[in-house]
Design a protein around this ligand. Sequence first.
Ligand SMILES: [Zn+2]
Length: 80
Amino acid sequence: MSLADRAKVGAPPSRQGPGCQTGALLASLPEGERDALLSMLAEGSGWSAKQIHEALVDEGLRTPGFKSVERHRRGDCACA
Ligand SMILES: [Zn+2]
């Protein structure tokens, strides 16, 4: 990721500031991977929060717990 890309994406959430672990992960992913994760998180994607979490673990990502994925998906997290 270039600085130009990072600037476009915006600052990642700070630890004390708004944002949950899932939001922080999204902010840290390269654009293509972020779009893929967003599509998996989208309503009606067919992916359960648990399956998404397992996919993140398989990819070796520093991953939020699937409860965080679930809350983020519902909009019931610090990002909302
Ligand atoms: Zn969130």
